[in-house]
Design a protein around this ligand. Structure first.
Ligand code: IPM
Ligand code: MN
Length: 364
């Protein structure tokens, strides 16, 4: 029997409770697909800093290095707890970004999906999205502002300043564009390239590289769109988009906006695909305000498992079944607290109940 090893990093806040549901789903997949998963739990994030003195302990690194893939919960603590950690040791800067760098996970896939029967979750009017929402956002994940050189100090007048650098090489741009074109080819043959070339030189280079790469994909139609206009179009005309590709910070912001048009960031799983190893995480944060209550929606974490089956283990059938099971639970009329209207919050499904129904749907 085939065994896949998975480093499981539960993370902070709602991380452990939604990870528990993702693990249930992995365990349910084993007999169905005839594989076994060797799960290796390891500390990572803000709580790891308090327990082990670092957000990304060396043992965790070793476990991740030695595993076939990494399943990671959201990280980050509430403002109060975060303030007790030195800025440069906070889990986003000292855990998450180093993880992305270490495994060179340059291609971040963020599916933005709502089938027509679940349109009522979206804040957009039904008549605007008769076919639901179906976009694949591809975000460059290891370059740009988040990884540029930084400087802080005082200027001649004594005022404090900081300087952060936005740097991209043509090579970095080219490889994420290839990811975008290849994805577009698998879907509808339409690629929106998001940029800000009216202001940023990095976007001028981006567009030049688009022109170089596009001839290799004559079957893909490229549309150029400026990032601010893309934000408006996502809300007014989401059906215009199929695959979107963009640099790191644009993708961070537009993918949260995309969670907004779905109705909740709880519906946003993601795959962070690297040259050698990939890791999988929800696109949202750790929601410390609702942690431990068993009310968080585990969809994004379970969806991240589906992406892992697809992209790391080539288990497309099993992945399909997980997606179908997730949607079947909602289609049966259930709702989680994040998606519930105020008057129906009382009957919202808890985290574990949702996971149990997904497992039941998987087995049926
Ligand atoms: C995300 C998150 C991270 C990011 C944070 C936690 C550093 O917002 O994955 O979108 O900005 O990339
Ligand atoms: Mn984000």
């Amino acid at each position: 029997m085939k065994t896949f090893s998975i480093a499981v990093l539960e993370g902070d806040g709602i991380g452990p409770e939604i990870t528990r549901e993702a693990v249930k789903v992995l365990r349910a997949i084993e007999p169905i697909a005839g594989v076994s998963f060797d799960l290796r739990f390891a500390p990572f994030g803000g709580q790891a800093w308090f327990d082990h003195g670092t957000s990304f302990p060396a043992e965790t690194m070793a476990i991740c290095d030695a595993s076939d893939a990494i399943l990671k919960g959201p990280i980050g603590l509430g403002t109060e707890a975060s303030r007790r950690i030195p800025v440069n040791e906070q889990p986003e800067r000292a855990g998450l970004l180093p993880m992305r760098k270490r495994y060179n996970t340059y291609a971040n896939f963020r599916p933005v999906y709502l089938p027509p029967e679940l349109c009522h979750f979206s804040p957009l009017r039904k008549e605007r999205i008769p076919n639901g929402i179906d976009i694949m956002m591809i975000r460059e994940l290891v370059g740009g502002l988040y990884f540029g050189e930084k400087e802080e100090g005082r200027n001649e007048a004594g005022g404090r300043y900081v300087k952060e650098t936005l740097e991209y090489t043509a090579l970095q741009i080219r490889r994420i564009l290839h990811t975008g074109f290849q994805e577009a080819r698998k879907r509808k043959g339409l690629l929106h390239s998001v940029h800000k070339s009216n202001v940023l030189l990095s976007s001028v280079l981006w567009n030049e590289v688009v022109d170089e790469v596009a001839p290799e994909y004559p079957d893909v139609r490229v549309e150029h769109i400026i990032v601010d206009a893309a934000a408006t179009a996502l809300v007014l005309r989401p059906e215009t988009f199929d695959v979107m590709v963009m640099e790191n910070m644009f993708g961070d912001i537009l993918s949260d906006l995309a969670g907004g048009i779905l109705g909740s960031l709880g519906l946003m799983p993601s795959a962070c695909v690297g040259t050698e190893k990939s890791y999988y995480e929800p696109s949202h944060g750790s929601a410390p305000d609702i942690a431990g209550r068993g009310t968080a929606n585990p969809y994004s974490m379970i969806g991240s498992v589906a992406l892992m089956l697809e992209k790391s283990f080539e288990m497309d059938d099993a992945a399909r079944r997980v997606w179908d099971a997730l949607r079947a639970v909602f289609a049966a009329g259930h709702v989680t607290a994040d998606l519930a209207a105020p008057e129906e919050r009382g009957k919202a499904l808890g985290t574990a109940a949702f996971g149990d129904l997904v497992v039941a749907a998987l087995k049926s």
